[in-house]
Design a protein. Sequence first.
Length: 281
Amino acid sequence: MNKHISFLFTLLFFAFNINAQQFELIKTIDVAGRQGVAVDSNYFYVSGSKSLFKYTKEGELVASNTSPFEQMDIELNHLGDIDYYNGEIFAGAEYFNDGSASNIRIVIYDSKTLKFKKLYSWEPKSGQKEVCGITVDAKNKIVWMADWIYGAYLYKYDLESGKYLGKTHIFPVPEKQQGIKVWKNKVYITADDGDAEDNEPDNMYSIDINLDKTNAQTTLVKTFEEVKLNGEIEGLTFDDTNNTLIVHFNRGTRVVNGMPIGFYSGYTKEIHELYIFKVLE
Ligand SMILES: [Ca+2]
Ligand SMILES: [Ca+2]
């Protein structure tokens, strides 16, 4: 290639990447739950399918709730990705069975004790098939929910009343969405779209929040090449106190067609970890 053209391509490459967000892995922390993560100024909160845990930022367990559905008069068996807002943990809950979900609820727990406080029902007419994750958009007073089964829409509820507000059509649709988090006027979405059987990494996408529009284009933000073994990406959050991205991953279990079928070589159990990345801007 002509060296002037080559130089031009190099310049274009750097110009393009100035706008791309970059992340640097700092450390990983082992946790108990396999679904999601939230953060406040002092603690990490982790959800399992039927549990909630609270950790110091060094990874010491300080509280847990292993019966998060008691006191409820509706059948629930699954929590997805969670979020923290104003002393409360927001969780998307549902009854999940044989690949389909019902009884979708926004469930709110006290962040001090992890005890249940209140819940709001979803609007079945919204078309939402499942809730894999939930996030609080404090600026717009909206609770957003994502759907693992049919990911073409994000669903919006009023933060104060729990009333259904409508949905945002997203394109292209990230496959097998898992986590969702509003940060700096974008919605970030993690997707379990890498097939661990073929050693493919999973990805994170974002949309810009524009409440005047019915749709939003997704942008690929990051491919997680750093994981110790490709497995299942789960929830995510951002920590404003130190400008970090925290992503929850599971590794070790072989999952084929959504069913666990044992472990990969060298593993006798599934490992759940938080990966903590510095956001370089
Ligand atoms: Ca999940
Ligand atoms: Ca995967």
